[in-house]
Write a protein that binds this ligand. Structure first.
Ligand SMILES: [Zn+2]
Length: 411
């Protein structure tokens, strides 16, 4: 049990500010002070005081007053997240390259850079040094524009032990890295997370940045539950329960790629047999379709060749995809039975096969899950499909501010 803390005025104010910012971020429409007081349960007087603090520190700005619906007839002034002050920095190292992205608290993408590279067996020191070189111009741009960078995140394709250790990333050939060895990590102190988990966070509307106006962000709400599947050479996953990722007791939850679908199947890189990854991972599919093997099979061109052959109806390509799909369905149906959610978001290269494939997946899952008579399973293609883990990394950086706004305010 953690030590009891006495509640002082700053703790309370920090908590209330955090709740207000969260409420604004998650709302699909603009809210006035009165709307916010109602939504948060704060008194109008407290709300007015705290709104003043948020305005002064350029977290929110006042929009044009709207004609009020209330009987008092006073126009209400909606508040929106101010642009150009608070930024989160996302970093990612993946099997197909590395990159950096800066996001404004109002949801605007400030800048991003990505280097495509075959990362298999890349030297960690070199990769982190390259990533730092890529990040510096973006950091300079943020400071030129008078942004305050409130935090950063780092997405890695493997098992992450807290913010300081990468236990393994087999598809990079990395094992037991002390992340504090790298100057970039020491300088920025990013929150480190598995790429699937951070990609899942990026799908949650209003998680750490303003939702886009007009509701064109897709069918999810901020408190939905879903399974996110990240597909690349490896296959990762995350379970989101009512808007929060279930990380597990050791941070390892959601590793769907290593659920076995055949005890006599091919040996997986994890040491077990018949893991999903050995049927539905990018390398496995390319090899099964007879396009390339080994290091050649992980190159992007090999995957493009697979798409083309599949579209042209090439028998080996179609068989490989069908077998991969069967394995995906088997594991996802088991996962749905275990965790009981009704929404699956299919991320990574599998989402590029198009809506028809998602529909096939959805139809089959609706025949196979135990709760099929009571629950309709839906399979969605992500709305945040481009570099979702990189965006998620920037968002966990922004969460530092949202969780403790008072730490960042001038007195
Ligand atoms: Zn495995």
């Amino acid at each position: 049990m953690t030590a009891l803390r006495s509640i002082n005025q700053d703790d309370l104010r920090n908590h209330n500010l955090s709740v207000i910012i969260d409420t604004i971020l998650r709302s699909p429409t603009l809210l006035s002070r009165a709307d916010l007081a109602k939504a948060t349960g704060l008194t109008k007087a407290t709300m007015s005081l705290l709104a003043g603090l948020l305005l002064k520190n350029r977290v929110v700005r006042e929009e044009e007053p709207e004609a009020s619906q209330s009987s008092h007839g006073r126009p209400s002034t909606p508040l929106s997240i101010a642009h150009g002050r608070w930024a989160g920095l996302g970093l990612q190292i993946n099997t197909d390259g590395y990159g950096c992205l800066a996001m404004d608290l109002d949801g605007t993408l400030i800048d991003s850079a990505w280097v495509k590279d075959d990362m298999h067996d890349a030297e960690p020191d070199q990769v982190f040094a390259n990533l730092e070189k890529l990040t510096e111009p973006i950091e300079r741009k943020l400071s030129r524009r008078h942004y305050r960078t409130v935090g950063s995140g780092l997405a890695l394709p493997g098992l992450v032990g807290g913010d300081t250790t990468l236990l393994m990333a087999r598809n990079l050939g990395w094992e037991r890295l002390d992340l504090q060895d790298f100057p970039l990590v020491r300088r920025l102190s990013p929150r480190v997370g598995n790429e699937a988990r951070l990609a899942a966070l990026a799908q949650i509307p209003g998680y750490a940045a303003q939702r886009p106006a007009g509701g064109d962000e897709g069918p999810l709400s901020p408190t939905d539950s879903f399974i996110y599947i990240s597909t690349d050479i490896g296959i990762g996953g995350a379970v989101v329960r009512r808007g929060a990722v279930e990380v597990g007791d050791h941070g390892f939850a959601g590793e769907l790629g290593h659920a076995s679908v055949d005890l006599n199947g091919p040996t997986c890189r994890c040491g077990r047999r018949g893991c999903l990854e050995t049927y539905a991972g990018r390398r496995a599919l390319v090899e099964a379709a007879g396009i390339a093997t080994g290091a050649e099979a992980v190159k992007p061109q090999a995957m493009e060749e697979l798409y083309q052959r599949w579209q042209q109806g090439d028998t080996k390509a179609v068989d490989a995809i069908d077998r991969g799909l069967d394995a995906m369905i088997s594991v996802i149906a088991s996962a749905i039975n275990i965790v009981d959610v009704d929404t699956v978001i299919l991320g990574g290269f599998w989402s590029h096969f198009g809506g028809n494939l998602a529909q096939r997946l959805q139809d089959r899952l609706n025949q196979l899950t135990l709760g099929r008579d009571a629950v309709d399973i839906r399979v969605l293609i992500p709305t945040q499909a481009d570099y979702p883990a990189l965006k998620g990394a920037a968002l966990v950086g922004l969460r530092r501010f949202i969780d403790d706004p008072l730490d960042f305010f001038a007195d």
